[in-house]
Design a binder for this molecule. Structure first.
Ligand SMILES: C[S@@+](CC[C@H](N)C(=O)[O-])C[C@H]1O[C@@H](n2cnc3c(N)ncnc32)[C@H](O)[C@@H]1O
Length: 269
């Protein structure tokens, strides 16, 4: 199925305005991911498909568009320096500061298939289980793709995917599930609340966060989109809270009120 310049522009403008994702230089990606789907579902053209989507922007077809066009690559212990920093620097501070409440508010803001939030919870369990008192280690994990969230909730991974994890974690935090498959233990799964959240939409969280992971999602966002998002994130963090972004990402100097700590780690002033 051919895609005209107009159709390509219509799709990229729609995706950018609704989801922040700039795919203007990604024609191959768009065609590669949509063409089969359109043919299988009886669409005659990309414009017919877009008409259907625009007629119901919160409908099933729109959900499917997001599922098809987002890039969800992730893995356990990705950019391990963040988990080390969290364990060695951030958690000890929170442990001292929150002795009364014994709660930690943490958000994995583009959680994809779950490897990131589960790595975070394993880090929390490792740290807090050796401490006296019962801490609330539940975290929020959100993504725009319903498909990755469904996958993440199940917590089932190939043994191959567990390779980056230390053996002690594989033993402590996974159960056998099927040949060559493991499942994240219920005690870890129960500590992750998965929800849909489009980062372009307003946030409505009950509590402010000590820590936000916003990693490898801004890659396709333009500077002004990033700036708006970071300001919104700032508003839902506690003073002194930590923000982790992807190691290949940088924040503009205009970002207000965040102290640069080291590459990809910032602290709300
Ligand atoms: C490459 S994954 C990153 C996963 C994980 N944070 C990591 O660093 O390994 C990017 C995720 O961002 C999500 N995403 C893209 N645009 C989004 C938006 N506007 N709102 C929420 N999530 C979005 C995608 O669905 C995808 O799962």
């Amino acid at each position: 199925m051919d895609i005209s310049e107009n159709e390509f522009n219509e799709i990229t403008s729609y995706v950018q305005s609704k989801y922040g994702i700039n795919l203007k230089k990604k024609k191959n990606l768009i065609v590669g991911r949509l063409e089969n789907y359109l043919v299988r579902n009886g669409y005659k053209s990309y414009s017919e498909y877009m008409k259907k989507i625009k007629s119901n922007p919160t409908g099933e077809e729109s959900t499917q568009l997001v599922n098809l066009l987002t890039t969800n690559h992730t893995f356990f212990l990705r950019e391990n320096v963040h988990f080390d920093y969290m364990k060695n620097i951030v958690l000890p501070k929170i442990y001292t500061a929150e002795q009364n409440k014994k709660s930690i508010y943490l958000w994995s803001a583009a959680s994809s298939t779950g490897e990131e939030p589960y790595t975070i919870v394993m880090t929390l369990h490792d740290y807090f289980n050796s401490k006296p008192g019962k801490w609330d280690t539940r975290i929020l994990a959100t993504d725009i793709s319903t498909q990755v969230l469904d996958y993440a909730r199940k917590g089932i991974y190939l043994e191959e995917q567990l390779k980056p994890l230390p053996n002690s974690w594989k033993k402590a935090y996974f159960d056998d599930y099927a040949p060559e498959k493991k499942r994240v233990k219920k005690s870890v799964r129960d500590d992750v609340v998965f929800r849909t959240q489009n980062l372009m939409q307003p946030f409505n969280f009950k509590n402010k966060f000590h820590i936000v992971f916003l990693r490898n999602v801004m890659i396709y966002f333009e500077e002004n989109t990033k700036l708006e998002l970071i300001n919104k994130i700032y508003d839902c963090m506690l003073p002194g809270g930590y923000l982790f972004i992807g190691m290949s990402e940088v924040l503009d100097k205009k970002i207000k009120n965040f102290r640069y700590i080291q590459s990809s780690i910032y602290q709300k002033i």
